[in-house]
Design a protein around this ligand. Structure first.
Ligand code: C2E
Ligand code: MG
Ligand code: MG
Ligand code: MG
Length: 280
């Protein structure tokens, strides 16, 4: 009897594993067609200069409107797209779409685009960025590429070469999610970053959390010492923002200052130059 129960348990376990694998295969398959079917969308989140309160740019964040499952988070589907290679087509779509939109905004509003490790290591990436800037008419200095430290570790020599070539085009490079994952201070010295984005996990209740405050202060000190602007991610409360202002953090991004939304929501800021429709 115990044997039977064991088998039953085992069978149920197998069945749910099978369902998970089928589920994942289905997502992989659907993802391959997501670009062609127009299911991807970009939302934009403002980046605000803390001292002046002015919006200096927006980060483009990807959304997938799945026909049956509704909106799927990039935290779920980007890793799948990286494994299958679909991220190359998706990432190309993101960069084109973001540059095309930003080209219609008043100068000097900037656009920040997240770049996956797989894109960064693609031999055609630099050429693609160059071509996309040219096609969109966006000036290189208004494009910022966000890269996580994890993207550097697979092949640091190659990553360094690519980042130098991107810098030569005139684009800015931001280190995303600083302080999480494979953080190493030598990355800040070895790679040509322009900005550090402190991960939102360190910003949470920073005003009332001595450890968080110490970490944020030390990153701000690093930024000052190395001549890098520091962006605080995930700013949700006025208390967090006022701590960051007191510590002379440059830029803040988070729900307090604006949730990621379709760009039309920010029309008051992004209209003024030629409308995107006239450029396209
Ligand atoms: P990220 O680049 O670090 O983006 C910040 C994430 O924090 C975004 O999640 C954003 O919506 C969220 N966020 C912003 N403000 C707040 C806040 O005040 N509180 C909290 N709790 N969260 C906040 P999202 O949009 O779900 O994106 C998750 C991650 O997916 C991104 O992290 C980025 O690594 C990746 N991702 C997003 N778009 C793209 C893309 O176009 N390409 C690639 N390769 N990755 C992308
Ligand atoms: Mg980012
Ligand atoms: Mg981040
Ligand atoms: Mg992140």
């Amino acid at each position: 009897r115990a044997k039977n129960e064991g088998r039953g348990t085992c069978r149920r376990y197998d069945a749910s594993m099978g369902a998970q694998i089928r589920d994942r295969r289905q997502l992989e398959h659907d993802l391959r067609h997501a670009v062609a079917r127009g299911e991807l969308e970009l939302v934009y989140q403002p980046q605000t200069q803390i001292e002046s309160g002015t919006i200096t740019g927006f980060e483009a964040l990807l959304r997938w409107r799945h026909p049956e499952r509704g909106s799927i988070s990039p935290a779920v589907f980007v890793p799948i797209a990286e494994e299958t290679g679909a991220i190359l087509e998706i990432g190309a779509w993101v960069l084109r779409e973001a540059c095309r939109a930003a080209a219609g905004w008043p100068n000097p509003l900037a656009i920040a685009v997240n770049v996956s490790a797989v894109q960064l290591h693609n031999p055609l990436f630099v050429q693609f960025v160059h071509g996309t800037l040219y096609e969109s008419g966006l000036k290189a200095e208004r494009l910022e590429l966000e890269i996580t430290e994890t993207a550097l570790i697979r092949d640091p020599a190659r990553a360094l070469l690519t980042l130098r070539q991107l810098k030569a085009l005139g684009v800015r490079i931001a280190m995303d999610d600083f302080g999480t994952g494979y953080s190493s201070l030598s990355n800040l010295r070895s790679f040509p970053f322009d900005r550090i984005k402190i991960d939102g996990s360190f910003i949470k209740a920073v005003h009332s959390n001595p450890q968080g405050a110490a970490i944020v202060r030390s990153v701000l000190g690093l930024g000052r010492g190395l001549g890098l602007a520091v962006v605080a991610e995930g700013v949700e409360t006025a208390e967090e923002l006022s701590f960051l202002a007191d510590e002379q953090c440059h830029i803040a991004q988070g729900y307090l200052l604006g949730r990621p939304a379709p760009i039309a929501r920010f029309a008051a800021h992004t209209h003024g130059a030629a409308p995107a429709a006239a450029v396209a």
